[in-house]
Design a protein. Structure first.
Length: 322
């Protein structure tokens, strides 16, 4: 077990989560208790604007909380570790943005910048469903994840390990991933995939519950599928089963490789609960190797919600900061 903040540790940490459309932020103590959260602000579309917005949030929060000892940022995209340089992101204008260095220069505080899924994984490890060997899988618009091995966040050589959405599960399929490859898990197991599955199901049954709830077969989203499934619609449930099947295959690979004991599922699509988790477990059990001869891995829902990103980033900055 790595050293943890000791009882009586009074340090505070500012955390931020830079997403594709908004920036969430707040302050936690060394135990991860939320001291303050601010309403999310829209994320500027240009790089200079993002740096400015982040700096302003840090200075505001720090002014109100003089015990602030560190700053942690979780950001969508590929983040070079340990430099905290954001190489690129699908929905933001970053191009090789040295955010950690810039924030350190303006605030003078130890700063950590990491991938948002790594940050959310750390929040879950510290505050939610936790194990020494665990994975966090986020199923939202895309699919991402973080990995804890022997109580440490595993980042790989340069910080871009655990790109779980790009696990190859179906190379002879027809769906091209946003990364350009055919066969990745993401286009088969994301919220976007659920919307696509639901649209096809609604088109096949234009008077069915899915099409009716969405206001037309072409208007089905992942959220509509989940709502219809909750209401008991068999066609909608079948789409979540399809998604869970693929997710379970991806998780089987993860467990085969790393012998982890716990997989926590978060992200918007995970709000479907057991409607998603039951087929995910079934897919996992079918494909994990030597199922009869190993300790079963638990697949459970995340305890932390959308705040996991900034809370985890703030905690990482205290736990790993120099
Ligand atoms: Zn991919």
């Amino acid at each position: 077990m790595r050293p943890r903040p000791h009882a009586g540790d009074r340090r505070l940490s500012v955390g931020l989560d830079i997403g594709g459309t908004k920036i969430a932020a707040g302050v936690v103590d060394a135990e991860g208790r939320v001291v303050e959260r601010v309403p999310p602000v829209p994320c500027p579309s240009d790089q200079a604007g993002i740096v400015k917005a982040v700096s302003v949030l840090v200075e505001e929060l720090r002014a109100r909380h003089p015990g602030t000892a560190a700053v942690g940022v979780g950001a969508a995209g590929l983040v070079h570790w340990p430099e905290g340089r954001i190489r690129t992101a699908p929905n933001n204008a970053y191009r090789d943005l040295p955010l950690r260095r810039l924030l350190q220069e303006t605030t003078g505080l130890p700063t950590l910048v990491d991938n948002d899924a790594n940050a959310a994984c750390w929040a879950e490890y510290r505050k939610g469903n936790s194990a020494a060997y665990m994975a966090f899988v986020t199923v939202g618009t895309g699919v991402g994840g973080g990995l804890v091995l022997a109580d440490r966040l595993f980042r790989g050589r340069t910080g871009i390990a655990m790109e779980f959405g790009h696990t190859i599960v179906d190379p002879h399929g027809s769906q091209r991933c946003g990364c350009g490859t055919v066969g990745c898990l993401e286009p088969l197991a994301s919220g976007r995939a659920l919307g696509r599955y639901g649209s096809a199901a609604a088109a096949a049954e234009p008077a069915g519950a899915l099409a009716t709830l969405a206001g037309g077969p072409g208007r089905v989203t992942g959220e509509t599928v989940t709502a219809a499934a909750r209401a008991g619609d068999p066609a909608a449930r079948a789409q979540l089963e399809r998604l869970g099947h693929w997710l379970g295959i991806g998780i089987a690979t993860l467990v085969n490789l790393f012998d982890i004991e716990l997989v926590v599922i978060g992200g918007g699509v995970a709000e479907a609960g057991e409607l998603l988790l039951a087929p995910t477990r079934a897919g996992f059990e079918r494909y994990v190797t030597a199922a009869a001869h190993r300790e079963p891995a638990d697949i459970r829902p995340a305890r932390l919600g959308p705040e996991a990103g900034w809370i985890g980033a703030a905690l990482l900055a205290l736990d790993e900061g120099e």
